[in-house]
Design a protein around this ligand. Structure first.
Ligand code: ATP
Ligand code: MG
Length: 337
């Protein structure tokens, strides 16, 4: 039997999913679900590492994220959806892995470092937040994931995961855990509509998959372009011009986008016209997603049933990996003696 390779990805249920998730990870997951054994983890424990004071936001977002998944075309027949807090192997693996990771290594993780600064934690940094890369290593290894489709902010997490895998395997003297490889998309970091470095739930600069036609239009019309492009006839800059970044990411006709860019750069093409083209493109793309999403939200019990069924399968898979890890560490007392 030639088993399909395993992929694991996940999202934190801290709000609805947005265009950054779509282009950075969801589109690849939809494409890959036929040829891989795909697990998608709703990382509610990880969401609590910076939302411990607001667990309601996390629990409410679980359904929203499930609806987003089905709306973009992820298929429960091909993809296993699972819930982190219902998989006891994950926190247990995290506890073991914690012993092979130093505080200074955690503090050096560039994504975590940037997030700590952005969230202004200072001395009130939750211990769970600093250590979330370890819990992410548990998530990835518990499924023996070989590939992880992610945005580029996640590369440091995969690096840390593989360090843990190598350390553990060398201690065990055999390959108990599996190393993973990132799969980056064409756009591995979509900027926010305001031109900030990354579209993100916590920065409030996101266009959600659930956005209404008016919300989409409003975001596009207020998008950052070239501040020095004052008159239509002036040449404009496309570097850092968010409208063109989005046209690159989402427009189905890239030859047309190349023509638009050339026109903009030589002068004679107005920002308003470009924004209208982008608005049409996003409206066409998001309309069917929004409709499927609304339909999915009509039946929360069905969404939960899909998640429950996937979680049961994931419990078995992750439980087996945990048993291997414990055995490799000699913690299989009751079958040894
Ligand atoms: P939060 O602000 O709560 O951290 P987020 O919007 O950054 O939310 P995550 O749940 O942290 O989203 O990320 C889930 C996945 O989506 C990761 O693989 C991440 O790299 C990817 N992703 C998130 N935002 C973007 C983006 N703007 N561009 C590309 N990929 C993204
Ligand atoms: Mg994030």
């Amino acid at each position: 039997m030639s088993a399909k390779p395993v992929i694991l990805t996940g999202d934190r249920p801290t709000g609805r999913l947005h265009l950054g998730h779509y282009v950075g990870s969801l589109m690849q997951r939809v494409q890959m679900q036929d040829d891989y054994r795909q697990y998608i983890l709703i990382a509610d424990l990880q969401a609590l590492t910076d939302n411990g004071h607001n667990p309601d936001k996390v629990t409410q977002s679980v359904l929203e994220v499930m609806a987003d998944y089905l709306a973009v075309g992820l298929d429960p027949e091909k993809t296993t959806f699972c819930l982190q807090s219902e998989l006891p192997a994950l926190p247990e693996l995290t506890m073991y892995y914690m012993n092979w990771v130093t505080i200074s290594r955690l503090e050096r993780n560039p994504t975590v470092k940037a997030e700590i600064k952005q969230k202004g934690f200072e001395r009130s940094l939750p211990a769970g937040f600093l250590t979330y890369p370890v819990s992410q290593a548990a998530d990835i290894t518990a499924f023996r994931a070989e590939y992880v489709p992610v945005g580029d902010d996640q590369l440091p997490m995969l690096e840390q995961t593989n360090e843990i895998v190598r350390k553990f395997n060398s201690l065990a003297g055999r390959d108990v855990l599996t190393e993973c490889k990132p799969v980056l998309s064409k756009v591995s970091r979509l900027p926010g509509a305001d031109g900030s470095a990354k579209m993100s739930k916590s920065l409030g600069n996101a266009i959600q998959l659930a956005a209404s036609a008016d919300e989409i239009k409003q975001s596009v019309m207020s998008m950052y372009t070239d501040p020095e492009h004052l008159r239509v006839e002036d040449p404009g800059k496309i570097e850092g011009n968010v409208v063109f970044t989005y046209l690159d990411a989402f427009h189905p006709d890239q030859d047309y986008v190349a023509e638009l860019k050339a026109h903009y750069q030589r002068g004679g093409l107005g920002d308003m016209k470009c924004k209208r083209i982008l608005n049409d493109c996003l409206q066409t793309m998001l309309e069917p997603i929004r409709a499927r999403r609304e339909e999915a939200m009509q039946d929360p019990a069905h969404l939960m049933a899909i998640l429950k069924q996937g979680t049961e399968k994931a419990r078995e898979v992750s439980g087996n990996v945990l048993a291997d890890v414990k055995k490799a560490m000699g913690l299989d007392y009751f079958s040894k003696f």
